[in-house]
Ligand binder design. Structure first.
Ligand code: 5AD
Length: 361
């Protein structure tokens, strides 16, 4: 599909015509990654954050938020629950918590890898190359770091840097890949000032980066943040990308077309805008991953990236039964095992062969 066709789909309002896009994304999903749906256990391990991102409820200046950091033992208990539920991956997510040192995370990853069969995905923000390398060496398999928008000027406006001259997220994503991580990124949809052309550029960047995982979700205004309080930054009418459920499905579907082999979740933000059907519609429009929230109940409400975040009340066992029933009702299957992306497996295999070949094995 050409970029101009993609931009037409981004602007398409006719529900009947959009059925063709959903059908196409669903067919490409089935052909490349099959009917398996991967379930990942998401554990939000710390709500502390040193950053001041203009949209995020965890921003350091939000004094109304309760801050917590889980102990290693608490995280291990969650990991055992992920195993008991039959999921193959634990996703450890946090704000940029300076108290979460390289050594602490390394030791945690090592324990999870030693004590469980789980794949470990980290989502701990912008960290140094040394930290990322140490965590990979400790056994971390994947890393998620959204670039949020490919529009560098807009990115700069909403992300006050912590350190001048720090590497860009795109630099970090390149390093993650070179370190052998399976790499995930993504964007928010409908950031004030973000245009349709920006979303098209995001899709083209997904494609040129050959991402293994792509997560997208609508921007949801948080009242305790600068972007949640004013609409001053919006792009001119007709250009501003809407932060809607529909726009999110379009981005999921187009992400599937530009990266057919990627693992693409139906995200929590999507489930927040449509609690009863968002995730299942995402699965029918290109997605193949769901990340049930396994953060202990006492911490859930405090990880308020945006308000009304679904799952604040989602009990893991109840949700597990429900999601399995819904996946079966779609005629899909629940995957077993770690669930690496096809793009990563294709990339990893030749490297393995190269290493083995010189020894004549
Ligand atoms: N609305 C929607 N998504 C948000 N995120 C952070 N704040 C918001 C918000 N207000 C997303 C960002 C981040 C991910 C962990 O949560 O894309 O990468």
């Amino acid at each position: 599909m050409s970029p101009s066709e993609m931009e037409c789909w981004l602007r398409e309002a006719d529900q009947a015509r959009l059925e063709a896009l959903w059908g196409c994304a669903d067919a490409v999903r089935r052909e490349h990654v099959g009917d398996d749906v991967h379930l990942r256990g998401l554990v939000e391990i710390s709500s502390r954050c040193a950053r001041q991102c203009l949209y995020c409820g965890l921003r350091a200046a939000n004094r109304k938020l309760t801050r917590y950091s889980m102990s290693a033992e608490e995280v291990l208990a969650c990991a055992r629950q992920v195993v008991a539920l039959g999921y193959g991956t634990i996703v450890l997510q946090a704000g940029e918590d300076p108290g979460m040192t390289q050594q602490w995370v390394s030791a945690l990853v090592r324990r999870v890898k030693e004590e469980t069969p789980l794949a470990v995905t980290l989502s701990l923000g912008e960290r140094s190359r040394d930290e990322l390398a140490a965590w990979r060496a400790a056994g971390a398999d994947r890393y998620l770091l959204r670039f949020e928008t490919s529009n560098a000027e807009l990115f700069g406006r909403i992300h006050p840097p912590r350190l001048a001259g720090a590497p860009s997220r795109l630099d970090l994503l390149g390093w993650l890949r070179a370190l052998g991580y399976e790499v995930g990124s993504g964007v928010m949809i409908g950031i004030p000032g973000q245009t349709y052309a920006d979303l098209l550029a995001d899709l083209l960047l997904f494609n040129s980066m050959k991402l293994d995982m792509i997560g997208v979700g609508p921007f949801l205004p948080h009242p305790e943040t600068p972007l949640g309080m004013s609409c001053e930054m919006a792009a001119p009418a007709g250009e501003q990308a809407p932060n809607t459920e529909l726009m999110t499905y379009k981005m999921i579907a187009l992400a599937r077309l530009v990266c057919p082999q990627a693992n693409i979740p139906a995200t929590t933000a999507l489930a927040t805008v449509n609690p009863s059907r968002g995730r299942m519609l995402g699965l029918q429009r290109g997605a193949n991953v769901i990340m049930p929230n396994l953060t202990p109940g006492r911490y859930r409400a405090a990880y308020e990236v945006y308000p009304g975040k679904l799952c604040a009340c989602e009990d893991p066992l109840t949700y597990d039964r429900e999601v399995r029933r819904q996946i079966a009702a779609l005629g899909r299957t629940v995957a077993t095992g770690p669930g690496q992306s096809l793009s990563y497996r294709r990339r990893a295999t030749p490297v393995l062969q190269e290493r083995v070949a010189p020894r004549g094995v």
